[in-house]
Design a protein. Sequence first.
Length: 269
Amino acid sequence: MMHLQVHLKSSATALSTGVSLEYVEQGDRSGVPVLLLHAYLDSWRSFEGVLAHLPDRVHAFAPSQRGHGESDRPPTGYEAAHLVGDVAAFMDAVGLDAAVLVGSSSAADTVRRFAASHPARTLGLVLVGAFHTFPADAPAVREMRKEIAALTDSVDPDFVREFVAGTTGDAVPADFLDTMVAETRKVPAHVWREMLEGLVTAPPAATADVATLILWGDADPICSRVEQEALLAAISLAELRTYAGAGHLVHWEQPERVAADILEFALRR
């Protein structure tokens, strides 16, 4: 972690939901609070590049969700309600009354649900590579469910690398891609299955009318422009910023710009 800002610190906290989450924290305690939540199969390190570009006036927290990174890996409890409950419990544990919530991909769905059920604790939302409605009936998703249902521990390293690389563009540095492959390899097979089933079976997220910034790469192979337009239509206080040529995980490809967009948005809250 030494290449990040020197005041970044790592820790773990036990939540009232019964799991312990690893997390990193940086910035002045008086700064605007920002909670960064990674996508399916990632860890807090998904935001490593973004954290390196956030100034002290942002009090940033980045946990690894249950089942991911070095956090607890319970056998069950990966439905949407559990993930939302973990966000609330994490904020309680670290003393955050409210925060700007940043969600990448599947976590964009989690923070939307959190905002709907905890509007007073939501200063604003930043959705990165988000979908409006998870495409549970899409042929690619049906095929993915079949493949992941057949996984056993330890998950084949080649399968992991192919999966991770399929969500990124060529602009992601090779060493960072290696880092994220290593993080995904920590995820046991039951979490691959349970987390995906939680996404597939969850009812549509309710819409919270809170200030929302949508960051989207126009070369995203997973979340289309149609999905972004649907988000804009559903959230009256939303604005869309498009990253030309970027793929699904724009914060991996352009972390400095994403950090600047989060900073500008957070300072308006």
